[in-house]
Write a protein that binds this ligand. Sequence first.
Ligand code: NCD
Length: 321
Amino acid sequence: MEGWYQSSVLSTIGWSLEKVNPLLDLAAEYKKCIEQKIDIGTKNRFSALTLFFEPSTRTRLSFESAAHHLGIKVMSVANAANDTSAKKGETLEDMGRMVSSYADVVIIRHPELGAARRLASSATVPVINAGDGAGEHPTQALLDLFTIREAFGTLKGLRVGLCGDLVNGRTIHSLLRLLVAFGCDIVAISPEELAIPKEVLQKIPRAADAVRVEPDLRKVLAQLDVLYMTRVQKERFHDIEVYEKVKNAYRLTREDLDHASDHLRILHPLPRVDEVAESVDGDPRARYFVQSANGVPTRMALLTAILDIPNRVHAGMSGPD
Ligand code: NCD
């Protein structure tokens, strides 16, 4: 698979359909294997380290689940801020040098913008950014694309509403540029305080044509193919008064869906707080739990491509380990 082998995954800048589609194709194969309980574990000597300086349920566990499915050995530091020498003042650059001798790939989450890049600057193994502050979350973007492609077969021409905290939501920053690059029309739904940062928009070719702003979700709901809801990121606000002002900006309810199209797909990177009512969960258009489960096959495909792991899927399910 072109463009992934031994590469760090820090941002979605510059990703093309040619780079992403083969990975999503492999993820689809892996998803079938998981559903059918087919063992695709391979005899390999790879190891992965998850190094999480911020809370996580889905990202860390789905990476670790993905690694287990592939037969990769996992080392897990779930509370790295306290449980590593970062607590003693060790820099990310020094840590990058060290962890390279323990694992073949390092997956890091950190509250600081650019943290994964700093670790990667001294690491000699690939580093995967599992979220750096309000920066990026590229592997979430991959599983988001997988989920949209699974529903519609294509991305081109879809109208996607991105709703909620578009200023701090790192999943938004990684996903937006891919949606625009792959031919979607975007409606950015947020109050002014939570608008997509200008610096993010400026770096996206065609953004001026492809992204329209509409703070009122109800006005646009009927026109959307995909509605991507996000949590207001309380932990990123310097001014708690601003957070209090915007925290309840949106709440999608079952009743709202009476005005949405039948083919709408509702996504959310999760965790949710109040922005999607639980009454929405039972609607067939709610896809966020499927989306989060898609993290496992998608991350399996990514680890396969980065480490070039031999696997039975590639060998038509019949090859040797
Ligand atoms: C997101 C994150 O950590 O950026 N969660 C996730 O990885 N699925 C979204 C969030 O925390 O709101």
